[in-house]
Design a protein around this ligand. Structure first.
Ligand code: NAD
Length: 353
């Protein structure tokens, strides 16, 4: 597979996938609406690459997508474009239904028409890879249980409900029309180029500036953290080696409470950039009213992708967090302009998406 259409490739995970594919020598057509979450600056390291084309466009525009697939003779699609922030989905669910549900439907329809026009080996090799989240499974008790690919869907937030709906449409396009799809559901990602409204980058930057670190509830919600580069590697394996019609859970096997994450960031920054006052950053933590529908615990059983596709994460939470903190300390050019907007005042304590 040489030519791949990536949707949402100017976002956090999409840009990591695009940078990796371009380094691997693939031709990447990157379709992104460039919403507040899409940032072409995240693609600066591949700005001169001749095998990358950034197209500003909306997945809701099925005709444009179909024309692009034909023009570029695309061999596989990785669909990452989405509205991804849970707090925003609570304040305005409509955009999540539009992009995540209707947008996925339009993309599927365009992909199906395109795929039906292919022949022979090209038709055989084509894949539609839908990238989703572990949040579609709802939440887990604090008992060591984990999400498997067979866990029933039970989404709690408008975001996870919209992603669950999109997963169902993707499966239906395979079962009903035969479109060759693969799916993956991943745990919380973190790493470089993460938009600073999400927990880890927001805590890093607020803590760096000595600002308060409000945490939802008691901070005891548990997430399973995966370094974004490990996710990008897994996604490329699922696209190229995954079995048609199958889904793969992807996780880092690194469960942490939100409070433990915030404390680890405080301690790492105290070491690297001590506060002038000599105080400890853990004192900046304040507990605020919990988010409605806040899932208690997510944990991924990633044994299927390990067993069948030979993938395992390379980073532990500690090593990945150290890399992430160092990246933010070294790359103010990327986050400075975003921070000068109005994101710093938002509540912390949940996640990503
Ligand atoms: P992100 O918000 O950083 O990026 C989303 C990208 O999609 C942006 O570049 C945005 O401009 C683009 N986009 C939004 N609406 C669009 C539209 N209508 N047409 C074209 N482009 C559009 O998100 P992310 O964190 O990189 O997540 C990428 C995907 O991975 C999402 O589907 C998300 O549900 C899934 N996911 C994310 C995580 C996580 O921890 N961040 C975990 C599991 C799964």
């Amino acid at each position: 597979m040489d030519t791949i259409l990536v949707t949402g490739g100017a976002g956090f995970i999409g840009s990591a996938v695009v940078r990796q594919l371009v380094r691997d020598g693939k031709r990447v057509v990157n379709l992104d609406k460039l919403t507040y979450a899409g940032n072409p600056e995240s693609l600066k390291t591949i700005a001169k690459a001749t095998n990358h084309r950034l197209v500003e466009g909306d997945v809701l525009d099925g005709e444009m997508v179909l024309a692009l697939l034909r023009e570029e003779r695309v061999e596989g699609i990785m669909h990452l474009a989405a509205e991804s922030h849970v707090d925003r989905s609570i304040d305005g669910p409509g955009a999540f239904v539009e992009t995540n549900v209707v947008g996925t439907f339009r993309l599927l329809d365009a992909a199906l028409e395109y795929w039906r026009g292919l022949e022979g080996e090209q038709k055989q090799a084509f894949r539609f890879h839908h990238i989703s989240t572990d949040e579609v499974f709802g939440d887990l008790p604090f008992d060591g249980s984990m999400f498997t690919e067979e866990t029933p869907y039970a989404p709690s937030s408008p975001y996870s409900a919209s992603k669950a709906a999109s997963d169902h449409f993707v499966r239906a396009w395979h079962e009903t029309y035969g479109l060759p799809v693969v799916l993956s559901n991943c745990s919380n990602n973190y790493g470089p180029y993460h938009f600073p409204e999400k927990l880890i980058p927001l805590v890093i930057l607020n803590a760096l500036e000595g600002k308060p670190l409000p945490v939802y509830g008691k901070g005891d919600n548990v997430r399973d953290w995966l370094y974004v580069q490990d996710h990008a590697t897994a996604l490329i394996k699922v696209l190229t080696q995954g079995a048609v019609g199958e889904s793969y859970n992807i996780g880092g096997n690194q469960e942490r409470t939100n409070l433990a994450v915030v404390e680890a960031i405080c301690d790492a920054l105290d070491e690297r950039r001590p506060l002038e006052s000599g105080g400890k950053r853990r004192h900046l933590i304040t507990f605020v009213t919990d988010r409605p529908g806040h899932d208690r615990r997510y944990a991924i059983d990633a044994s299927k992708i390990e067993r069948e596709l030979g993938w395992a994460p390379q980073e532990s939470f500690d090593s990945g967090l150290a890399k992430t903190i160092d990246w933010y300390l070294d790359n103010e050019w990327w986050w400075g302009p975003i921070r000068s907007g109005n994101y710093a005042g938002e509540r912390l304590g949940a996640d990503k998406k």
